[in-house]
Design a protein. Structure first.
Length: 140
């Protein structure tokens, strides 16, 4: 397959390309580039575009893009990991439930000690999202 016309590389990119070649020739493979070279590449990428700079200089496109377009840092979570959750399913029995077979009881306990017990007869379950949201919003 024949390649299309090649676009001429701008002179500032060629100068930085020469500097990078000299650096790479005098250092071991996978040596981190100095900040001065990254800064020069970042400035050129702002002017010519990330791909137009990263490709001829053989720089990591996403690394250069992050330097050109720094986004907000991801917040470091300070929350403790959630404790393990225990779920026990047992057949309901007791007053009003014995022999019905269609009744259900579910008990919840929050990490702060709040408890909620939901008991209902019949086959139609309650609106769980609304119940749990109301419980959570109540501070439990």
């Amino acid at each position: 397959m024949k390649r299309g016309n090649r676009v001429a590389i701008p002179e500032p990119i060629l100068r930085l390309q020469k500097q990078l070649e000299e650096f790479r020739a005098s250092h071991r493979v996978r040596t981190k580039l100095p900040d001065t070279l990254w800064q020069a590449a970042t400035e050129l990428a702002r002017q010519y575009g990330v791909y137009a700079v990263a490709h001829p200089l053989r720089l990591d496109h996403s690394g250069l893009s992050r330097r050109v377009h720094p986004g907000p840092q991801a917040p470091i979570s300070k929350r403790q990991p959630k404790a393990n959750t225990f779920v026990e399913l047992v057949r309901a029995s007791g007053p009003g439930l014995a022999g019905s077979g269609d009744a259900c009881v579910i008990e919840f306990e929050s990490a702060r000690g709040g408890k909620m017990r939901v008991q209902w007869p019949g086959r139609v379950a309650p609106d769980w999202p609304s119940l749990l949201r109301a419980w959570r919003d109540a501070g439990e």
